[in-house]
Design a protein around this ligand. Structure first.
Ligand code: GAL
Length: 943
């Protein structure tokens, strides 16, 4: 018998080792059911925001953004990985420096955030080619399909990026919780492609659930595709209910109610991309986009989505937008700034939208029964202007009631009595506000019967519960708590009345400032109740220490805290003097913020109260000493182009046949980003009268033409609309330009030189998976000079900048010669009396350079920007280089932007910086750009 048992035991143990492979000690498992994701069986409400590391080429600022996400109550970050950003040409991949995504994933883990990894291959994101490298345009086989040429290309990318993601998965002890395949890919396009992306991921070691984001409420990968080829484990939906019409910020859900549909019964409801800002398609400026998608929208739409659909997986697009530096932007919808009107601005400043995310995010993290709810009958209100929707957790009975206007467009303030759980309590909805109220909830050691205030957070601190509740300023509130016997209520601050009956302590009040109450006795541990307005609630930060959670009121951001030998240490940002109050374990009696000891007193709330020290000034220097130099030597007939690439191809993989031969498409000669030069030589008969060209540049692009050194003029380049698509044929005459040859300029019987500078504003995206659009060429697509044969040479970027990458430079002479680099010796250049605005411009390219020294105070975040005063002329466009980094484009009707971010890291905060401007004028202009100055977006102590 004993022997049999031991054999059985050995067998069991062997089986156990077989089914549970050895894993890293801190490895965990991700599972899910119809309610939520689970990590090692614990339910998680996923609250993610999108971040594009490629739009912030400064790894140390990644940490800042990620910490700001965490401090807003996000528990995850959604990351697109841009193929184009890492691969300048087939077979070449770079994951170093600003492309070090391994470091990015480590930082996300250090910040305490899960990661939704979104490596495409297609990502859209208003990025050039939608994230497909431009070299993919020259690959045979339809992009975003399973056709062989493209398949080889995307597999190459996946086999580079997947292993990096794989080693950071939760199952390996890392932060990656989900893997998103493709982007808004329609099921009827090519399911085999969708399947192969997943097969490659699995083969590369991806073992977390695979998701996808469906566009436009399409439900493309929904229930019918649960098992079909290409089906993913958790399809989600993208929702942009406010549209992108930033010029009209009063809009209210023009693109729908924004309710994320339940796609299947076996998976959670996943809001894969939920609108948290907008692209500025109408050039209204991002502040308007922030208004369009501001706190009012967030309160109504996000809370409505939460309670009406029961979604537990959210990813908000964008949490931080960043910058389309270099040639990162797709040409059709965006300009240099990709601020997006997000909760965190391009210069990493926090906005009122951040406050609203914090109020909602803290709630989602604190009130865990939210992770598993079913719809229930909602308690009624006695005013038809208002309506209620409710859900409950089937295990705990906790109820969540949404109170909002019945007419979603209503803007009035309406009050009602809510008949709930045997109690009649007042509610009020002001304008487009909406409230999620909770009943039947174990709030730490307390039992919340119900509250018409919203819960922001609560924490057990020093043997008592501390809870922060809030409501619209001036609105009535009632909170009921259950006690075995009548507790003692001490109102420390504000006006609150209390009554005890039937086992419930009822508190009635108006939301006004911050009321404080201490409730003791009644058979429970003490409760400190803080009931504030929205603004008061937003002033709280919650963070965790080894000795438990801590709440801080005040400062501008709390990144971390610790308690040691009686001292509470905060890592916090301070922009102005103000109160700081810490709710910490009683052992803490001293406060230190960064290097500063803060004098504190203990308050009647048991907290430590002190004041913060404001940052000192951080003056910035004036920009003087500009030097100028004309370039465009390529326009001159004697210029030596013998080392340029001969453009003599007669075939192309592009679906667009060239208008004339040879093929002159820049991509076909390996020049993918920025400007390209062409030089065409012909022996004139003398009968030629015009030069007829066609060029495609993408929106807002132009091209400039010279003959034998004489400037003939410019034309507007072809745009996406010229490409046609599956419904419309391509325009046979895109971006035409007809240039009359002035008499006496031709040299009959001799070599004549046409020089053309063509802008490339970026590549169309491939949103509809249509090669006609995506593979629309850039550069010259037709050229004739009365039928006389022309031989062509082409020159684009000189190579790939090893630090800044393939998207930093095009083929301007100055770029090829290093005029944008800090090391370039410019002493021989003409010194300007003042700034570039002081002198007229001639057609062609003129460069300006200056340098300035910075010595910004230590432990300070002073985001610096470059400001162009005055109105830009549509006749010139400026490429801005900071220490060699192409940080943006100004003028030329490119967008409304006048302020350009110079992010720390590219900017030397202690030392010399070089600015270089390449100004391309298409006609004579009386004054150059400017006046140009430096400014600070903020000034914050970061201790
Ligand atoms: C979505 C897309 C994102 C982004 C967004 C608009 O459809 O998935 O990549 O383009 O629209 O900003």
């Amino acid at each position: 018998m004993r022997r049999t048992l031991s054999v059985l035991l050995t067998m069991l143990l062997t089986c156990a080792t077989l089914v549970t492979p050895a894993r890293a000690t801190d490895s965990r498992e991700v599972t899910y059911d119809r309610y939520s994701l689970m990590v090692d069986g614990r339910r998680v409400v996923l609250q993610a925001a999108e971040f594009h590391y490629f739009r912030l080429p400064s790894p140390r600022l990644w940490r800042d953004v990620l910490e700001k996400f965490k401090a807003a109550g996000f528990n995850a970050v959604s990351l697109y990985f841009s193929w184009a950003y890492h691969s300048p040409k087939s077979g070449v991949y770079d994951f170093t420096g600003v492309r070090d995504v391994d470091r990015l994933l480590r930082m996300a883990s250090e910040a305490g955030l899960y990661v939704i990894a979104r490596p495409g291959p297609y990502i859209n994101a208003e990025s050039s080619g939608g994230g497909l490298p431009a070299w993919v345009k020259t690959v045979p086989g339809r992009a975003r399909s399973s056709e062989s040429g493209y398949q080889a290309a995307y597999r190459e990318w996946l086999h580079h990026i997947n292993p990096i993601i794989a080693r950071h998965q939760i199952t390996e002890g890392g932060p990656v919780i989900l893997y998103n395949a493709e982007n808004e890919y329609q099921v009827n396009t090519d399911a085999a492609y969708m399947q192969d992306i997943q097969d490659q991921a699995r083969a590369d070691g991806i073992d977390v659930p695979i998701t996808t984001n469906d566009c436009c409420d399409g439900g493309s990968w929904s229930s019918t595709w649960a098992t079909g080829p290409g089906a993913v484990q958790i399809p989600g939906i993208d929702d942009y209910p406010q549209s992108f019409e930033c010029a009209n910020p009063g809009l209210w859900g023009p693109w729908g109610e924004g309710l994320t549909e339940r796609l299947r019964d076996d998976i959670p409801v996943f809001a894969a991309e939920y609108q948290a800002g907008a692209i500025d398609v109408g050039n209204a400026g991002y502040d308007k986009c922030r208004e369009l998608t501001g706190p009012a929208f967030m309160k109504y739409f996000y809370k409505n989505n939460l309670v009406t659909t029961g979604a537990t997986m959210f990813s908000y697009y964008m949490g931080y937008g960043g910058t389309n530096w270099g040639w990162l932007a797709q040409p059709n919808d965006v300009y240099t700034s990709y601020d997006y009107g997000a909760p965190i601005t391009e210069a990493r400043r926090l906005t009122p939208k951040y406050d609203e995310f914090k109020r909602q995010g803290y709630f989602l993290q604190a009130v865990t029964p939210l992770a598993k709810t079913d719809p229930i009958a909602a308690p009624p209100v006695d005013n038809p202007a208002l309506t209620t929707v409710a859900r409950a957790n089937p295990d705990t009975g906790t109820q969540f009631v949404l109170v909002k206007h019945a007419d979603r467009a209503a803007t009035s303030t309406d009050a009602a009595t809510l008949d709930w759980a045997g109690h009649r309590v007042p509610v009020q909805v002001k304008g487009r506000d909406a409230h999620v109220l909770v009943a039947g909830y174990d709030l730490g050691g307390q039992r919340l019967t119900l509250s018409t205030s919203e819960i922001m957070t609560h924490a057990a601190i020093g043997g008592r519960d501390v809870a922060v509740l809030y409501g619209t300023s001036g609105s009535p509130g009632a909170t009921l708590l259950r006690y075995g016997s009548e507790p003692r209520v001490t109102v420390l601050d504000g006006r609150v009345t209390s009554t005890y009956s039937g086992g419930d302590l009822r508190l009635d009040y108006t939301h006004d400032g911050l009321a404080r109450l201490l409730v003791t006795g009644g058979g429970r541990r003490p409760l400190l109740l803080l009931i504030g307005t929205d603004a008061e609630a937003a002033s709280f930060w919650r963070t965790d220490t080894a000795s438990g959670p801590v709440l801080v009121r005040g400062t501008d951001l709390v990144r971390a805290a610790s308690v040691n030998h009686g001292t509470m240490r905060l890592t916090a940002d301070v922009a102005a003097a103000g109160e700081v109050e810490v709710f910490a374990p009683p052992a803490a009696h001293r406060l230190r913020i960064g290097g500063d000891d803060v004098r504190v007193t203990r308050t009647s709330s048991g907290s430590l109260l002190g004041s913060t020290r404001p940052p000192g000034p951080a003056p910035l220097p004036a920009l003087t000493g500009w030097r100028a130099h004309a370039e465009s030597p390529e326009a001159q007939p004697g210029f030596d182009d013998s080392r340029w690439t001969v453009a003599d191809r007669t075939t192309t993989t592009s679906p667009h046949p060239p208008k004339t031969l040879p093929v002159l498409y820049a991509d076909d000669y390996g020049y993918h980003y920025g400007n390209v030069w062409y030089r065409g030589h012909f022996t004139a008969t003398g009968a030629e009268t015009t030069i007829d060209l066609n060029a495609i540049t993408g929106l807002r692009g132009n091209y400039l033409v010279w003959l034998n050194g004489r400037y003939l003029g410019s034309a507007v380049g072809g745009v996406q609309a010229d490409s046609g698509d599956q419904w419309t044929p391509p325009n046979p005459d895109p971006g035409p330009g007809h240039f009359a040859i002035p008499s006496g300029l031709l040299k009959p019987g001799a070599d004549n030189v046409i020089a053309v500078l063509v802008a490339n504003m970026g590549h169309n995206d491939d949103w509809i998976a249509d090669d006609l659009r995506f593979k629309q060429p850039r550069g010259l697509v037709g050229a004739s000079v009365g039928g006389t044969p022309i031989t062509w040479r082409i020159q684009g970027a000189a190579g790939v900048d090893p630090v800044r990458g393939g998207l930093n430079n095009g083929g301007l002479y100055g770029e090829r010669t290093g005029w944008h680099l800090p090391t370039y010796p410019d002493k021989s250049w003409r010194l300007q009396s003042a700034n570039p605005a002081a002198t007229p411009l001639t057609p062609g390219v003129t460069w300006y350079r200056t340098s300035f020294r910075l010595d910004l105070p230590e432990n300070r975040d002073v985001p610096v920007g470059l400001r162009f005063g005055g109105e830009p002329s549509p006749a010139y466009r400026v490429q801005i280089f900071l220490n060699g980094w192409n940080v943006g484009q100004y003028g030329g009707d490119i967008g409304p932007q006048k302020d350009f971010s110079l992010p720390a890291g590219l900017l030397t905060e202690h030392g010399t910086n070089t600015l270089a401007l390449a100004v391309t004028a298409e006609q004579p202009v009386p004054a150059g750009p400017g006046p140009i100055s430096l400014f600070a977006y903020g000034n914050v102590r970061v201790d």
